[in-house]
Ligand binder design. Structure first.
Ligand SMILES: C[S@@+](CC[C@H](N)C(=O)[O-])C[C@H]1O[C@@H](n2cnc3c(N)ncnc32)[C@H](O)[C@@H]1O
Length: 161
């Protein structure tokens, strides 16, 4: 599912500068990215030092691992070629602000991949979704990206078979 979700990201050059993974947790998504890009060009960011401590134990030794907030990224404007955030946006207090940040830190022509859950269809799942965390609708993701300034926005559904 991870690889499927990131296909559109077009990691076609080992020298790409990649902001990955924002809300990178223990580094699962990043282990997929460093198959295509040199670790020295990859920065993992998370607000939790506990999660990052686990990431540091993985084969991600060349990556930069930093504590930070997805909604206030510690990168200059026009910094990277690619941005990835997997399974984190649903915890952000202001997803629009975080999406604006993804646009800001990307160079012109850069690409972002935001992986997140969608609001479930069944009433029982909705009940639990509503009391647990944010489950955006597909249209919410598109609007956040559009308002942030992105063009050529694609939505891809991935899930277990
Ligand atoms: C489900 S985990 C992410 C898993 C990870 N992306 C992976 O592929 O293994 C969600 C992560 O988002 C982080 N997070 C939540 N809100 C955040 C924020 N505003 N800024 C940075 N990290 C955040 C949490 O600390 C947690 O590690």
């Amino acid at each position: 599912m991870r690889d499927q979700a990131m296909e559109e990201l077009d990691l076609n050059d080992r020298n790409l500068i990649v902001v990955d993974d924002v809300g990178g947790g223990t580094g699962f998504t990043t282990t997929g990215v460093v198959k295509h890009v040199d670790g020295k060009n990859v920065t993992i960011l998370d607000q939790s030092p506990h999660q990052l401590a686990k990431a540091k134990k993985k084969h991600l030794k060349d990556c930069t691992i930093i504590e930070g907030d997805a909604e206030n990224l510690p990168f200059p404007t026009d910094y990277g070629d690619r941005y990835v955030s997997a399974g984190s946006i649903e915890y952000w207090p202001d997803p629009q602000r975080g999406t604006r940040e993804s646009y800001r830190v990307l160079k012109k022509g850069g690409k972002a991949c935001m992986i997140g859950p969608v609001y479930p269809n069944s009433w029982l799942s909705r009940f639990f979704a509503d009391i647990w965390m944010l489950f955006p609708k597909e249209q919410d993701y598109i609007e956040w990206f559009r308002k942030a300034g992105f063009q050529d926005i694609k939505l891809k559904r991935v899930g277990p078979r």
